[in-house]
Design a protein around this ligand. Structure first.
Ligand SMILES: NC(=O)c1ccc[n+]([C@@H]2O[C@H](COP(=O)([O-])OP(=O)(O)OC[C@H]3O[C@@H](n4cnc5c(N)ncnc54)[C@H](OP(=O)(O)O)[C@@H]3O)[C@@H](O)[C@H]2O)c1
Length: 250
């Protein structure tokens, strides 16, 4: 398979790159990020992996990334739109510019990449996976724009699944619960915070990037060939706790 992975230089995306390397099935990857140094690190660590520098929030990034993928790999069989961004803050304080930026990175980027990749995915009968969040289903304190953007991303993927199913293209969303990555590692370095959060997760631990990468990997395989339009939570059961937390008396 020839696969584009945005945000493949860190966290969940990087775990997916590691997984492809470990499985050794001859898959070709193009890893996208903003930081050249991190990408050079990936290229050094995983020989044969292609890299491209792009800010997925830029209007032309989708076309630019697909062009780089076709130049490097001759086509595209799958797109993993994983790069995402958070600008914390309640909606009461959030500027329009910041709102637009979160929407551009978390929603528009996937649309632009999907649209640019469409002719190639149609040719290859390929698949698109975006990385959402539990925050796309539950309002999240201090992450107002992020929650809104991930909810919109969920509908974008369902819409694409409906439109592109007849072309043989599958589109799915994988929605992690809280997962320890460089995005939030400083939070989980605090044992008190970790303990409280782990206590709210039925499986009793914070997610690892590999937990999410394994599910993305599966959805990309032909064995998942009849799965499209899903928003799949990978959260240790955290979402099942919502009513217990709501009804808790202490
Ligand atoms: N960690 C969690 O608890 C959690 C929970 C739910 C959902 N998610 C979602 O999972 C996805 C991956 O997050 P992560 O936790 O793995 O984060 P991470 O470790 O911070 O990695 C983010 C990756 O995305 C790239 N990136 C960020 N903004 C970009 C942009 N504008 N253009 C191009 N590349 C960009 C980064 O590379 P550069 O720095 O080089 O740009 C990096 O490779 C995100 O969509 C996030 O919303 C994470």
């Amino acid at each position: 398979m020839r696969i584009i992975i945005t945000g493949g230089s860190s966290g969940i995306g990087r775990a997916l790159v590691e997984l492809f390397a470990a499985r050794g099935n001859g898959d070709e990857l193009l890893v996208v990020g903003r930081d050249r140094k991190k990408l050079a690190g990936i290229a050094g660590e995983f020989p044969g992996v292609h890299t491209a520098v792009a800010d997925v929030g830029a209007p032309d990034a989708g076309r630019q990334i697909v062009r780089a993928a076709v130049d490097a790999m001759g086509g595209v069989d799958a797109v993993v739109s994983n790069a995402g961004g958070i600008l914390p803050g309640p909606l009461s304080d959030l500027s329009l510019a910041d709102f637009d930026q979160v929407m551009a990175i978390n929603v528009r980027a996937t649309f632009a990449l999907a649209q640019a990749a469409y002719p190639w995915l149609r040719e290859s009968q390929g698949s698109l996976i975006a990385v959402g969040s539990l925050s796309g289903q539950y309002p999240t304190p201090s992450l107002g724009a992020y929650s809104v953007s991930k909810a919109a991303l969920s509908m974008l993927i369902q819409q694409l699944a409906a439109e592109w199913g007849p072309d043989g293209i599958r589109c799915n969303l994988v929605s992690p619960g809280t997962t320890r990555t460089p995005l939030n590692a400083n939070l989980y370095d605090d044992p008190a915070i970790r303990k409280v959060r782990e206590g709210n997760i039925p499986l009793g631990r914070i997610g690892k990037p590999k937990d999410i990468a394994e599910v993305i990997y599966f959805l990309l395989q032909p064995e998942a060939g009849f799965v499209t339009g899903v928003d799949l939570p990978v959260d240790g059961g955290a979402r099942t706790m919502m009513m217990s937390l709501y009804l808790r008396n202490e």
